[in-house]
Design a protein around this ligand. Sequence first.
Ligand code: HEM
Length: 498
Amino acid sequence: MMDFGVTGATLAVFVLTGVLLVCSWRRKMRHSRLPPGPPALPLLGNALQIDKRAPDRSLMKLSRKYGPVFTVWLGPRPAVVLCGFEAVKGALVDRADDFGARGTVPSIRKVTKGYGIASSNGHRSHQLRSFAVTALTDFGKGTKTLEDFIRQEAQCLVEVIRRTEALPFDPTFQLTCATANIMCAVVFGSRFDYTDAKLRTLLDMITENMEVISSPWGQLYDLLPKLLDCLPGPHNRLFENAAKIKSFLREMIQVHKDTHTKGSPQDFIDSFLIKMEEEKDDPDSEFSDENLLLSTFNIFLAGTDTTSSTMRWGLLLFLKYPEIQEKIQREIDEVIGFDRTPTIGDREKMPYTNAAICEVQRYSNIIPLNLPHTVTRDTEFRGFMIPKGMIVIPLLASVLYDSNCWESPESFNPDHFLDEEGRFKENEAFMPFSAGKRMCIGQAVAQMQLFLFLTTLLQNFTLRSREDPHTIDISPLSSGFSTLHRPYQLYCVPRKSA
Ligand code: HEM
């Protein structure tokens, strides 16, 4: 019996190995002109070679062996990874038409069904994207500009933080309220009080979704969606929360439909409703209820946690490096003083602050893998063939940390953006918003918030840590979809004017 058991098991292992090898070989032949890459297991692909807590670092490591353009298998699906400034720019900027389409992410697809700005392609994406870019540029051209909204929100943030009375607190909630309120102003034309129960619930859901999508569960879902759809687990929270956020947005849209007057758009939803009315007889129009809901969803989610997370990274880095915080405060005192609030016009007179904020964005690397792209047709690139529809990952982490472009990529160093005379210096590899045809549409809005919120905070408070700055751990907690910092607390000590 025993002998038979061992022989049976051995046979099973042989058969299984044989099947795996044949599958792997057949797959290799089918995709023989793909860029090279590590050998992959059927079903799991290269999942075991990619650290779920730091996929960007694993992919950068694989690139050292397989080159700047290589193939990895995300479960059963192959993807081409572009690594380093030259490869990413060569594709997204120099070959923008070929590489400018959005690749499918199963979790996002399940929520959006291909509607909205961020997950659509072709005519739909073109229509919605250019409409949104114009709506964002035009926003606040009336009596109150976007800058006015942000400056006013920055004062609310200062008041809320003043109430902490220099006691230690985790700033996540306050900062997320501030950035969410800017998105509310853009999308709904109004803001919420930080104590509003609806806002709190909404923000809890957004923060939780960002954590789940960046966690191993979120990544596992995108590798094996059909399997995970049948299993219980934290990944299901993603879809429950998304459904609740959508239903909140549906309510807000309905209020706009009931109250909005033609010709005087106050916000993104108003402008979209006007466009819907204008194009109601055009069968090819993309200005539909579903696209309104999902575009609103995209802007709200894409704009809230990204900016808040960057600011949280900023405060953490300023705690870690008090000498950098002091230099920014010196510049604030010289250029702005205490008698007025910061304006966006101050930015060009404040090269050090501007450089430090850009460095926060570079170092924090909050969307390390970018959103996935795909090629619009079979595309020859650097001697390889990438078939139409194949996932392309333009690895932003590898650009923001490219040692050919940055003097000391692993350290937080505002000098990366300063010349010898201390003037602000651009760097082409500064790509936290990506590049090319799908580049972030909220860049200007986000950068205006980062400057106005951070300078207003440092004008009013000095940030202090509970622990010795030397012991503060600034390594990421995890970096799946987003790079998350470790939880921390800080004291905001009022400065002399307060
Ligand atoms: C620090 C803040 C932000 C960062 C780092 C960031 C980064 C990004 C990145 C990397 C992408 C993907 C680009 C690509 O696929 O090549 C993206 C897309 C997008 N972002 Fe942002 N973003 C930020 C803030 C915002 C804000 C404030 C808004 C809204 C006003 C916004 C709206 C969007 C939208 C709608 C897309 C999808 C664009 C498309 O698919 O065509 N983002 N963002």
